[in-house]
Design a protein around this ligand. Structure first.
Ligand SMILES: O=P(O)(O)OC[C@H]1O[C@](O)(CO)[C@@H](O)[C@@H]1O
Length: 529
């Protein structure tokens, strides 16, 4: 396409949201009008599905749940007055709590102020808070936020060791919708032990964010924790940033949560419009469908040209891949859907993998996130008439151009500034795009059966470990792997037993392994005396 035609195409497809100052450019996606027309019936259905969902339909049939994250930023849309009231009240409680922590009305037992926060949670109970903290936390926040988002002992130690001298002024948020996920449960137990080791009463530092009456909620209630905030069953983990999950840590860090909600609300309004060209989420879903042939054949590479948006791609990874990565469609047909998401930030990534994007396997489409404001205040001229920000802008425009010249498609989202409103809007934009795309490809975006399978498999390994340890403790002589397997009643699990034993041995967990580690058949295993 020549430059004039391309400029015309740019103008034809440019979406601009005045209130948010947000632009969306999909002109560099190579679809034509016939393709757009062919998708119109699917979009009509997607808009109708979305309207039903917002009215409170059971949009997640296998979990028999409503899907209501849109109500969080516009409580009046909730299907019952009780839900509206609950959303409003929780927000008020969050703000009141943050205020009390900031003023010292709520304070640790032996000090006048909390200085730090440990946030324990995983998946949707960590990725949103991490993204928002990175994007929006002030340079000198009222409380410094640290995350434990795994069951990695060394990772937990790192946080706890760094905080060992400030534990007495550190607030702990334990975030888990189900209140039973092993990783945050383990993190909480380890953190609790660290408090106990310093003779600190954990309950006076701890806050639970979880579903009412979950295991975690009951522990928090029974132990008299400092505060408890509810998670609703109609909000999925990956769309929970605007619930207590995201708002509590954000408010504690001094981030304007009202502005975040307002930005999301404005974007919700804009993406509710049942007209393809005037709906930015629909334009994104259209582009994704085009690029991957409605089958996720191309990966989504997310490239924000702004350091503070570094974690956006990580956040989107869960939102997109846990929602869209499904084996079966809504009719039970095997479809293996999904869109792979990765990315970090520009221009940094231009010195890493952009080489492949430009010249290598064309299995992706890029999404550039452009921020118009370089920094607050004036910029130094690095060379006459040119600032660092001009370079960043130049690199972004240059990369767009370079990809286009090599027939690699890209989308560009432009925001005026990284602020609570635009971050809220970006989250809402992608939430709705995922919802619409799911409808286009006929899948349930709101469950995660594959994750459950992984959790069950892990539980089975831990059960096997207990059996192996019991077998070893009963034996006087060393056993081969096969003998352990047979005695544990798990003859078909020799390989798993080998790996369990190797791990226990490496961690001095009472298991002795003798023989050649590279030749499993030679190993003799016994309980260490
Ligand atoms: O908040 P919870 O219940 O601990 O779950 C954490 C994460 O685990 C999942 O259920 C599965 O990975 C995610 O959907 C969720 O965000």
């Amino acid at each position: 396409m020549d430059a004039k035609a391309l400029w015309q195409r740019y103008q034809n497809w440019l979406y601009f949201h005045k209130g948010l100052g947000l632009y969306l450019d999909i002109s560099r996606m190579g679809f034509d009008d016939a393709f757009v027309d062919s998708l119109r019936p699917k979009f009509d259905k997607a808009f109708a599905d979305m309207a039903e969902l917002e009215k409170g339909a059971i949009a997640n049939p296998d979990e028999s749940r409503m899907v209501g994250h849109y109500w969080l930023r516009n409580p009046d849309l909730a299907p019952t007055p009780e839900l509206t009231q609950e959303i409003v009240q929780t927000l008020e409680q969050i703000e009141a709590f943050a205020e009390k922590v900031h003023t010292g009305a709520v304070h640790p037992p032996q000090a006048s102020r909390f200085t730090d926060i440990i946030s324990v949670g995983i998946g949707g109970s960590a990725l949103g808070p991490q993204f928002v903290a990175e994007a929006l936390s002030p340079d000198f926040p009222p409380l410094n936020l640290h995350f434990i988002d795994n069951t990695d002992p060394a990772g937990i130690d790192r946080v706890l060791i760094r905080l060992q001298n400030t534990l007495a002024t550190t607030l702990v948020l334990v975030i888990s919708k189900s209140g039973g996920t092993p990783e945050p449960r383990n993190g909480m137990i380890e953190v609790k032990a660290a408090y106990a080791a310093q003779n600190l009463d954990f309950a006076q530092y701890a806050v639970a964010i979880t579903s009412v009456d979950s295991n975690l909620d009951q522990v928090a209630k029974n132990e008299g924790w400092l505060a408890r905030f509810p998670m609703y069953d109609w909000v999925g983990g990956r769309t929970s940033e605007m619930s207590a999950v995201g708002l509590v840590p954000a408010a504690l860090q001094g981030i304007d949560v009202h502005a975040m909600l307002e930005g999301a609300k404005e974007m919700d309004d804009a993406t509710r419009v049942p007209n393809l060209k005037n709906n930015p989420a629909a334009l994104l879903a259209l582009s994704w469908y085009f690029s991957g042939n409605g089958k996720g054949e191309k990966d989504m590479v997310v490239l924000p040209y702004k350091d503070s948006l570094l974690l956006f791609s990580r956040y989107l990874q869960q939102l997109v891949m846990e929602s869209l990565g499904k084996e079966k469609d809504l009719d039970g047909k095997t479809v293996y859907q999904g869109i792979a998401v990765y990315g970090n930030k520009g221009s940094t990534d231009q010195h890493a993998y952009v080489q492949q994007l430009r010249e290598g396997v064309p299995n992706f489409f890029a999404t550039f996130i452009e921020v118009l404001e370089d920094r607050q205040g004036k910029s130094l001229e690095i060379q006459p008439g040119v600032t660092s920000g001009d370079f960043l802008c130049g690199f972004l425009l240059g990369s767009q151009q370079a990809l286009y010249e090599n027939q690699r498609d890209s989308i560009t989202v432009t925001i005026p500034q990284v602020n609570p409103k635009t971050v809220g809007a970006l989250i809402a934009l992608y939430e709705r795009a995922v919802g619409l795309y799911a409808s286009l490809v006929n899948i349930n975006a709101y469950h995660q059966p594959g994750v459950e399978a992984g959790k069950k498999a892990a539980a089975a390994i831990l059960e096997l470990q207990s059996k192996v340890v019991a077998v070893l403790q009963q034996q006087k002589t060393a056993l081969s792997l096969e003998e352990i397997a047979e005695k544990a009643g798990a003859s078909e699990k020799v390989e798993a037993i080998y790996k369990i034993v190797r791990h226990l041995h490496a961690n001095e967990r009472g298991v002795l392994v003798q023989g050649d580690p590279g030749n499993p058949a030679s190993l003799k295993i016994s309980a260490a005396k």
